[in-house]
Design a protein. Structure first.
Length: 329
């Protein structure tokens, strides 16, 4: 049994979006957390009251699943729901819906309470969470295991913590870590792929003036997906770890193609064209091979082709095509 839900409308502003006109994950996280603050205020359980007690809510972990990121100027509905709590943690869901109430993004979040004087976690007072009517549990909610960074292939990027990175808890705001993590990913991935899932765990707080290192490694998963592993280090210590699952942007178009039979045209430099017809399953198995630049050959109807020899490949009547170029190296 879950606790109270609270909803709030939000119009996605231009400054909350990336160059694809999608709302950025840091902007969405900030808007979601603000919604829980509005719920607390409506219940008379304000941040000011927490401060008077020398306490503060902090976020320990997010487990995020993305169906679609909101678009620029889109009106969305942000929902938060108190799920459950135990002695040291509370669990809360954040959701974003479109105007038709279709689920866009869901983030299951682990909160805890920090003693502002000692900077350590303290037990959750039942009186503190009572207004949310969440279920008391005796177990911990387990999130997906986070895959570590591969040190053999990892790259890194340094960042200095600036004044505006610090929030009211006197440490780096949780949404800022998403900036550091996402900006460490190669721009070619950012342009070709979109985020499908994120698991992020905060381990140690980071203060003003620190110089952090954002490390990332990339793993191919098949089906047009990648996984990036991340670690934020502060002074050699681990501050945050995360995994992001990415899906190639072309997969949205692929999923919409439901024809039983699909025509594929292969073009060569001398303008010669070969035509093949495949079923939908073979077509969808072909696409991840075509978008992977490290794969040099592909198969159609049990025949192998080299990307060096084929100039272009077109999915007829669906506006989907690929150009292949020989590596200049």
């Amino acid at each position: 049994m879950s606790g109270l839900k609270f909803r709030n409308k939000h119009v996605v502003a231009t400054y909350e979006c990336d160059n694809m006109r999608d709302m950025t994950l840091p902007a969405l996280i900030n808007a979601m957390v603000e919604t829980s603050g509005l719920q607390s205020h409506a219940l008379g359980n304000t941040e000011e009251q927490m401060t008077e007690q020398g306490l503060a809510w902090i976020i320990i972990q997010y487990d995020i699943n993305v169906n679609r990121m909101p678009k620029r100027r889109e009106e969305i509905i942000l929902e938060t729901e108190a799920l459950s709590f135990n002695r040291f943690f509370t669990y809360r869901a954040f959701r974003a819906f479109d105007k038709e109430d279709n689920l866009l993004v869901e983030a299951i979040t682990t909160f805890s309470v920090m003693d502002m004087a000692t900077r350590k976690l303290t037990q959750v007072d039942k009186k503190l969470v009572a207004p949310y009517q969440a279920e008391e549990i005796r177990t911990m909610v387990r999130a997906p295991k986070i895959q570590p960074v591969n040190p053999e292939t990892a790259t890194s990027m340094p960042y200095r913590v600036r004044y505006l990175d610090i929030d009211g808890n006197m440490h780096v705001n949780n949404a800022k870590y998403f900036d550091w993590i996402i900006n460490s990913v190669d721009v070619k991935i950012l342009e070709a792929y979109k985020i499908k899932a994120v698991t992020i765990k905060y381990e140690k707080e980071v203060g003003f003036g620190s110089i952090i290192e954002s490390h990332v490694s990339v793993e191919k998963m098949g089906d047009g997906q990648l996984k990036t592993a991340h670690i934020i280090e502060n002074g050699g210590g681990r501050a945050c770890i995360a995994n992001i699952t990415w899906e190639h942007r072309i997969m949205d178009q692929v999923k919409k193609i439901t024809d039983e039979k699909i025509e594929i045209d292969l073009g060569y430099e001398d303008t010669f064209i070969e035509v093949y017809t495949v079923d939908n399953d073979e077509f969808k198995q072909l696409i991840p091979t075509l978008i992977d630049d490290d794969i040099t050959h592909f198969n159609i109807s049990e025949k192998e082709f080299s990307k060096k020899e084929v100039n272009s490949l077109s999915i007829v009547n669906h506006g989907l095509g690929f150009m292949f170029f020989e590596d200049e190296k």
